[in-house]
Design a protein around this ligand. Sequence first.
Ligand SMILES: Cc1cc2nc3c(=O)[nH]c(=O)nc-3n(C[C@H](O)[C@H](O)[C@H](O)COP(=O)(O)OP(=O)(O)OC[C@H]3O[C@@H](n4cnc5c(N)ncnc54)[C@H](O)[C@@H]3O)c2cc1C
Length: 466
Amino acid sequence: MGSDRFVDPELLDVVVVGGGIAGLAAAYEIQARGLTFRLFERAARPGGVIFTDRTGGFTIDAGPDALLIQKPAAVELCRQVGLGGRLLPTRKPRTAFILRDGRLHPLPESSILGIPRDVRALATTRLFSIAGKARMAAELLVPAARANGDESIASFIGRRFGREAVTYLAEPLLAGIHAGDVTRLSMRGLFPRFMEAERRHGSVLRAFRQLRQPATRSGDGAFYSLPDGLTELVDALVARLPAGALRLNVPVDRVVPGGPYLVQTAEGEVRARAVILTTPAYAIASLVEGFDQDLAALCNDVQYASSATIAFAYRREDIAHSLLGSGFVVPRVEHTTIMAASWVSSKWPDRAPTGHVLLRVFIGGARDPGAMGRSDEDLRLTAEREMGRILGITAAPLFTRLYRWDRANAQHVVGHLDRVAAIERRLAAWPGLYVTGSGFRGVGIPDCIADARATAASAATALSGR
Ligand SMILES: Cc1cc2nc3c(=O)[nH]c(=O)nc-3n(C[C@H](O)[C@H](O)[C@H](O)COP(=O)(O)OP(=O)(O)OC[C@H]3O[C@@H](n4cnc5c(N)ncnc54)[C@H](O)[C@@H]3O)c2cc1C
């Protein structure tokens, strides 16, 4: 009764575990190189944290919604899968706001991730006190650190720009985009450009002053999305996989090394000459702990935060604020439950029917882990009340949608790069075994794609040499 299948399971070139963007990008690369493979995904849909919900003319990206243009891997992949003509820039004005003392202040123009490119950009903003501005401008005079080691975002920005820059820029923006804790996230891992600027020019401001205007040269701003949400990219990748290669609803339980690797899944065992693990690092830990406890422990040390996004739909006339911009972030010192809000229908075209507005709120993260213990209803009502106060909303939303992202935000904390180096040293003992995905060498979608493709390319090269 089909015993052949179990005695001598099919030998594949590669098994990919996890069908988020990293797994899909790895599979795309493997297929382009003509190798046989199968991709196992635990969930009923591919994409991992990329998920677009469409309802009543609203297009809601429940997880990520933006592809950073400056890191080209995502845009390049979109072009390769036929989505080049669909890439959409953000709408103007692209102003982002910061909440201070209950009021929204536009980020100084001409800034890089909130850090002014020029001290003149500080002159007119009311976001900082006069003393805070003076301290930021004095960055030009702060001597460069002698040591070249890692430090937290708070430590680096505090040292160079002062406490106010940590409270109102670094915490809500630099740490906020990672749903992270500013005192723990790694500057070297996440924002090496700033450290490099200090090392090479002695001052971040001096280095930024010498930069040409970044991505904005094309007039497209810093981000692209896709008209039907980022699920378009997932769908386009899936459409390019050979029939039967993507196995949904099939968790992998264990990987066993041997000549070829034995991969135990919910639908049976397969053998493969190489295995690319792209699940969150803690899930990788449980797959490898049977044969390498040190590797499992290192993977378990990679931290993750949980968060939620809540989408709110309103009639335009029910919101007093102009919503001219992309949204706002909230420093921790403002004591709100919401960490940030996107004005989705201002940021991207056609996300809401005419006369309507789509807003999206972020909650939780490493800054407020307790929030995830609260009920959906509680989070929804709290966010609705806070948004109402900040934006002058006079009516109840037409509908809301809440999406929970449990342990989905990888946290590259101080020392992360050393941990990844240690993981790579352990992997050297297991030829044909690879890890990639947001827990390792990059968090954003472009970095995940670039690393997954590079990892798949290394696997293919190694296989062709064996
Ligand atoms: C709310 C939110 C907003 C974000 N916004 C942006 C943004 O705008 N732009 C940007 O560039 N980045 C953004 N990011 C970051 C980026 O989206 C993620 O880092 C990236 O998509 C992670 O991809 P991944 O493939 O590594 O992991 P995931 O997407 O987590 O995929 C891992 C997959 O592995 C599967 N899996 C787990 N265990 C098993 C198992 N045992 N067997 C089989 N499958 C398994 C899971 O089901 C999942 O599908 C955001 C992240 C979040 C959470």
